[in-house]
Write a protein of this length. Structure first.
Length: 245
């Protein structure tokens, strides 16, 4: 079963993950849920799981629903209601009144200064502490980072990447990446890297190499990447409110 909406590139499907936002600014609250059923009056969802923020959901409150598709993030306004039917609690969103395409998903980039550690997989002993070098993230998207690094890294070097942001978003690390470009600006080395998702690892590593990669590299899948995409999307909203973009 699925729900076709003309404004969205793909139908909404059962068990699809959605994000629910109530209020905004410092009062914003964010929840995760999954679609459980489609009924004439709305969309039945699982019990929303609180993720962050300062405002709690309540019966018949207006919310913004975010749906992440391959081509874009979509949003629509809805009313969330709670009811008891045959002893079962149902959470129902009213049908979308208007759906907005917010951005292309692949991939919007924002400036972000954050500490990063990288290890070149060409090194023989990447497990040793002195094989890791410190770098600084300059900007980031759901697909990669621009780094300011001490040493030059040549494309197409493969890397392991650890970042403070990944820890905050509960993304298992290190993740694998590949150097796509490098340049020097004002005497500093800059490296553009692309994150390697779990389903693409075999494109860049031989079978024996895959066995030696940290387990966390195979956990950077669509769901983990969506955490990053969602974070960047929320940061864009805040920057727009401040008139910075």
């Amino acid at each position: 079963m699925e729900l076709v909406l003309s404004q969205i590139s793909e139908p909404l499907k059962l068990w699809e993950k959605i994000e629910i936002v109530i209020a905004d600014g410092d009062e914003r609250g964010m929840y995760l849920a999954r679609i459980e059923d489609f009924i004439p009056d709305g969309i039945v969802i699982s019990n929303p799981e609180f993720r962050e923020g300062n405002t709690l959901l309540r019966d018949n409150c207006e919310v913004v629903v975010l749906v992440i598709k391959e081509d874009a993030v979509y949003q629509f306004y809805s009313l969330l209601s709670k009811s008891e039917i045959d002893g079962k609690t149902l959470f129902v969103l009213t049908m979308p009144r208007e759906v907005q395409r917010v951005q292309r998903r692949q991939f919007v980039r924002i400036e972000l200064i954050s500490d990063v550690s990288i290890a070149n997989l060409g090194a023989e002993k990447i497990e040793e502490k002195d094989e890791w070098q410190n770098a600084v993230c300059v900007d980031i998207s759901g697909g990669g980072m621009l780094l300011k690094s001490v040493d030059e890294i040549d494309p197409p070097s493969t890397l392991l990447v650890k970042a403070d942001l990944f820890k905050r978003l509960d993304i298992k690390q290190p993740i694998a990446a590949i150097c796509r470009r490098t340049f020097i600006r004002d005497g500093q080395h800059y490296t553009g890297i692309e994150f390697i998702r779990e389903d693409n690892l075999s494109h860049y590593f031989y079978q024996e190499e895959l066995k030696r990669l940290p387990k966390s590299t195979a956990e950077f899948d669509h769901n983990a990447q969506n955490k990053l995409v969602t974070y960047i999307f929320q940061q864009q909203i805040e920057l727009r409110k401040k008139g910075l973009i």
